[in-house]
Write a protein that binds this ligand. Structure first.
Ligand code: PMV
Length: 323
């Protein structure tokens, strides 16, 4: 009763920040994301007959909050399989964890795929997405590859692939400007924004326009339009974060310097735009021919520790035995 799965983190271009309901972890808005194929999480799940409770190791460390979220997802899968055995979960990221690189998205996508595999479950994709979403709102997006749309439908969500990696081979350059764990998790941060930011209602109300524009830009392979709406949506989310009490300031001076550099490059005709999630890393989305120049430009900025280059990636998948 064990299996290993791989998943990639994803970066949202049109983002979600806030919940519709805490039960089931439903997002307030839809979102549009890219799978980062160059960054991976690998998760092994082993159910042990008669074991009480789960043991969860993330990059060799145990943490009570993560363990509770993992157990909540595993309970749903145990319910589907009709078993009560505890599990040992070992998960590793080949990139900084909890630092705004969507490690929770890849982590929970890999977890549900590995656990369902270990239990021999063949669940409909929508049910697997619902279970992953319980762990992390953006995890359902990492179940699919390429460019992914997560929409609110009725009392649930619907996740679809808008383009496979080969359909529009964008490349992402990640500028890592800090490697520590962020002080406030996305989950805590968005709850604070809902309660205290006077801009939160406007964020939710104006979101559909951005999402529709983002979907149209992907369908038409219109890079300038995708750049315009993604940057606008990103800054709007950060305006909500900045106006939260206490304020959520995820940027470092280097984040801002990277943002200005990307703007200057695009003004010079380089096909690149930026996005930033709940963390200090800047992700520069490029047409492939621009990625080398963008990576060199960002690596030269003071305070940039590391630059990672990533093509679009595939969805979460089981690793074959012996892989
Ligand atoms: O998936 P969560 O619950 O960690 O929240 C993700 C929030 C953002 O990354 C800031 C935006 C998004 O849509 O991914």
């Amino acid at each position: 009763m064990q299996a290993v799965a791989t998943a990639h983190p994803n970066v949202a271009l049109i983002k979600y920040w806030g919940k519709r309901a805490t039960v089931g972890n439903l997002p307030a808005t839809g979102s549009l994301s890219l799978a980062l194929g160059g960054l991976s999480t690998e998760t092994r799940v082993r159910f042990e007959a008669g074991r009480q409770g789960d043991r969860v190791l993330l990059d060799d460390r145990e943490d009570a909050e993560t363990s509770a979220r993992v157990t909540a997802c595993l309970d749903l899968l145990r319910g589907e399989a009709g078993v009560t055995d505890g599990a040992v979960v070992e998960s590793r990221n080949d990139f900084p964890t909890g630092a705004g690189l969507a490690s929770s998205a890849s982590g929970f996508a890999a977890l549900v795929v590995a656990a369902a595999g270990a239990l021999g479950l063949k669940l409909p994709p929508a049910r697997l997405a619902e279970i992953a979403r319980n762990g992390s709102g953006s995890a359902a997006r990492s179940l699919l590859g390429g460019i992914v749309l997560l929409k609110n439908v009725g009392t649930g969500t619907d996740c679809t692939q808008l383009a496979a990696p080969a359909d529009w081979p964008l490349e992402i350059v990640v500028a890592v400007t800090a490697t520590g764990q962020k002080a406030i998790s996305s989950r805590q941060g968005m709850a604070l924004s809902e309660q205290t930011s006077p801009y939160y209602p406007a964020w939710v109300e104006s979101h559909a326009t951005d999402l529709d524009a983002g979907i149209a830009a992907v369908r038409n392979r219109d890079f300038p339009a995708l750049a315009e709406f993604s940057e606008h949506n990103c800054l709007k989310m950060h305006a909500v974060m900045l106006s939260t009490r206490p304020p959520l300031i995820y940027w470092t001076p280097a984040t801002l310097a990277c943002l200005q550099r990307v703007r200057a490059l695009r003004a010079d005709g380089v096909p690149v735009f930026y996005t930033i999630d709940a963390g200090p890393q800047l992700k520069a989305v490029c047409l492939p021919e621009a990625a080398g120049e963008v990576a060199t430009a960002l690596a030269a900025i003071d305070g940039v520790h590391q630059v990672l280059r990533s093509p679009l990636g595939a969805g979460a998948r089981l690793r074959a035995a012996g892989d």
